[in-house]
Design a binder for this molecule. Structure first.
Ligand SMILES: *[C@@H]1O[C@H](CO)[C@@H](O)[C@H](O)[C@H]1NC(C)=O
Ligand SMILES: *[C@@H]1O[C@H](CO)[C@@H](O)[C@H](O)[C@H]1NC(C)=O
Ligand SMILES: *[C@@H]1O[C@H](CO)[C@@H](O)[C@H](O)[C@H]1NC(C)=O
Ligand SMILES: *[C@@H]1O[C@H](CO)[C@@H](O)[C@H](O)[C@H]1NC(C)=O
Length: 471
C-alpha cells in the first residue's frame, strides 16, 4: 500500500511537469513495426529501397538503428503520419532528427519535409507541396543545411547560409519555430542560425523603403574637413624648385662642346624643396554628415500574424542520393523545446562518444587490414621468386581480417569468407545495376549522362537550384 502511494505521487509529479508537452511523432526505428508506420511512395516504380540498419559502426546495435537508404543513384520517397494534426499558431514547433552519412556521401539529400493534411503518401514526390523542408544537402563541395518554408504556396529559402557537417558521424538537426515568428536552427545542439522568419526568409516585402522622392537639401554640407581660413603662408616660406643641378656632377673630360653641345649637369631632387604651401585642414563646423535617402514605411508591407503557422500531419523523406547508406534516426516532432532537448540527451548526446569510439576502432582495423594485405602482396612477390627456385614447396597462408559487429577482430582464411563481405548489401534485396552506380573514373560517358539526367530531373522536381559556389 505504502509503495503504491509513493508511486502514485511520483506519477502526478511527472505528469504536471510534462503536461504541456505534446509529442506529435517520436520515431527511433528500434522495433520491427516501423514498416507498418512508414509508407513508401508509389509515384514511380524505381524508387530506392529503405531498410533499417545501425550501420558499419555504432554505439548500440538496437538504439543506433535507423532508416537507411540502400541503393545508389536513386530517388527515395517515404513518409509517416503524425499522431495528430499539428497547428502551431500558439505553440513552438520543433522538428529534430539525426543524419549519419556513413557512406561518405558524395551527392545527396538528407532532409525531412513536414507535410500538410492534404498530403497523399502514395504519390509522394518532389512536387508534393510541403510546409517545411529542413536538413542537410551535400553535393561535392556544396554542403548546406536547407531551411525552406512554404508561404502562400511559395517555397521560401532561408537567406543565411548554414554549412552542413560532412563527416561520417551522426549529426543532430533541430529546427525551432516560435509563435513570435522567430526561428532557430541547431546542429548537434549548437545554434547555427536564428532570426525572424519574416526577414531571413523574405516572406514579406520590407517594412520600410527608401523615399525615392526625397532630395538632398541644397545647403547640406558633406565635406568633413576644410582648409583652415586662419592659416597663413609663413613669410620665410621659400618656393624652392623641386630639383637642382647635381653640384657633384663634373663635365666628362672627353666632352666636346662643339659636337656634343653645351654640357649641363644632371638634376637631382632639391633637399630644400618643401612643396607648395597649403593651409592645414580643420574639421568643418558646418559638416552635416553623409546624406542618405530617408526611410519611409513601405505602402506594400502588410503585417501577417500567421506567417509562422503550419498545419502539419505527415513527415517524410523525398531525396535523391548518388552514394547511398545514409541513416536517419530519432525523429521528433513536438511543441516543447525541453522535450526535444531531453530526447537528444537520451539519444544523440548519450551515444555520441561511443559512436566516435566505434568509428575509430573501425578505422584502425581497416588500416591494419590494408597494412596486412600489402604485406601479404610483398610476401607473395618474395615467395614467387622462391617458388621458381624450390618448386613451390612452401605453404602460403592467406589471412584476412574481418570487423565484427562488436568491434572484435575475426581472422579468417579468404576461402572461409562469405561471398558478400558487405553486411549492408546482404540485407538489401536489390543490387544496383551498372547504370545505377555513381559515376566513377571507370564509368562510361553514357552512364554519367544518365546520372546527370536523373539528377537534373530531380532538381527540377524539388524546384530548388542548388548553390554551386565553392564554399
Ligand atoms: C490553427 O489554430 C488557429 C488558432 O487556434 C485557428 O485560428 C486556425 O483556424 C487553425 N487552423 C487550422 C487549419 O485548423
Ligand atoms: C548642417 O549643419 C549645420 C551645423 O550643424 C547646421 O547649421 C545646418 O542647419 C545643417 N544643414 C542642414 C540642411 O541640416
Ligand atoms: C540534458 O543534459 C544536460 C547535460 O547533462 C543537462 O544539463 C540538461 O538539464 C539536460 N536537459 C534535459 C531537458 O534533460
Ligand atoms: C556481418 O554480420 C554477421 C552476423 O550479423 C557478423 O557475424 C559479421 O561479423 C558481420 N561482418 C561484417 C563485415 O560486419
Amino acid at each position: 500500500m505504502k509503495i503504491r502511494g509513493i508511486f502514485f505521487a511520483a506519477s502526478i509529479l511527472t505528469l504536471s511537469i510534462i503536461a504541456s508537452a505534446e509529442i506529435y511523432l517520436k520515431e527511433t526505428f528500434s522495433d520491427a513495426d516501423w514498416e507498418k508506420r512508414w509508407i513508401q511512395s508509389q509515384h514511380r516504380d524505381d524508387l530506392g529501397k529503405f531498410t533499417v540498419s545501425s550501420g558499419n559502426f555504432y554505439a548500440d546495435e538496437i538504439e543506433s538503428r535507423g532508416l537507411k537508404t540502400s541503393q545508389d543513384a536513386k530517388f527515395y520517397a517515404i513518409s509517416t503520419k503524425l499522431n495528430k494534426e499539428f497547428n502551431n499558431t500558439n505553440k513552438d514547433l520543433i522538428v529534430q532528427f539525426s543524419v549519419k552519412h556513413e557512406q561518405n556521401i558524395d551527392c545527396g539529400g538528407g532532409y525531412v519535409k513536414l507535410l500538410p493534411p492534404e498530403f497523399d503518401a502514395l504519390s509522394f514526390k518532389g512536387e508534393s507541396p510541403y510546409n517545411i523542408m529542413f536538413g542537410p544537402d551535400i553535393c561535392g563541395t556544396t554542403r548546406i543545411v536547407h531551411v525552406i518554408v512554404n508561404y502562400q504556396n511559395e517555397n521560401k529559402k532561408i537567406t543565411k547560409q548554414i554549412i552542413a557537417p560532412s563527416d561520417q558521424l551522426t549529426h543532430l538537426y533541430t529546427l525551432i519555430i516560435k509563435p513570435d515568428q522567430t526561428y532557430t536552427v541547431l546542429v548537434d545542439n549548437k545554434e547555427e542560425a536564428s532570426g525572424k522568419l519574416e526577414e531571413d526568409f523574405k516572406l514579406l516585402p520590407p517594412r520600410e523603403i527608401h523615399d525615392e522622392n526625397a532630395k538632398k537639401p541644397d545647403n547640406w554640407d558633406e565635406e568633413p574637413l576644410i582648409p583652415d581660413p586662419n592659416d597663413k603662408k609663413p613669410d620665410d616660406w621659400v618656393d624652392a624648385p623641386r630639383t637642382i643641378p647635381d653640384p657633384k656632377a663634373e663635365k666628362p673630360d672627353d666632352w666636346d662642346d662643339e659636337s656634343d653641345g653645351v654640357w649641363e649637369p644632371p638634376h637631382i631632387p632639391n633637399p630644400e624643396f618643401k612643396g607648395e604651401w597649403e593651409p592645414k585642414m580643420i574639421e568643418n563646423p558646418n559638416y552635416n554628415g553623409t546624406w542618405y535617402t530617408p526611410l519611409i514605411p513601405n505602402p506594400a508591407y502588410k503585417e501577417d500574424k500567421t506567417l509562422h503557422v503550419f498545419n502539419t500531419l505527415y513527415i517524410g523523406f523525398d531525396l535523391w542520393q548518388v552514394k547511398s547508406g545514409t541513416i536517419f534516426d530519432n525523429i521528433l516532432v513536438t511543441d516543447d523545446i525541453e522535450e526535444a532537448k531531453k530526447f537528444s540527451n537520451e539519444t544523440f548526446m548519450k551515444y555520441r562518444d561511443a559512436e566516435l569510439e566505434a568509428k575509430r576502432k573501425l578505422d584502425d582495423l581497416e588500416t591494419e587490414k590494408t597494412k596486412s594485405e600489402s604485406e601479404k602482396v610483398n610476401k607473395d612477390d618474395d615467395l614467387e621468386d622462391d617458388e621458381n627456385e624450390n618448386n613451390g614447396n612452401d605453404e602460403i597462408i592467406d589471412l584476412d581480417v574481418e570487423i565484427g559487429s562488436g568491434g572484435q577482430i575475426k581472422v579468417t582464411k579468404p576461402d572461409d569468407l562469405p561471398e558478400a563481405q558487405d553486411n549492408t548489401s546482404t540485407q538489401e534485396s536489390t543490387t544496383p545495376t551498372t547504370s545505377e552506380l555513381p559515376p566513377s573514373p571507370s564509368s562510361t560517358k553514357d552512364e554519367n549522362d544518365e546520372l546527370d539526367k536523373s539528377f537534373n530531373e530531380f532538381e527540377e522536381e524539388i524546384g530548388i537550384r542548388r548553390e554551386r559556389e565553392e564554399l
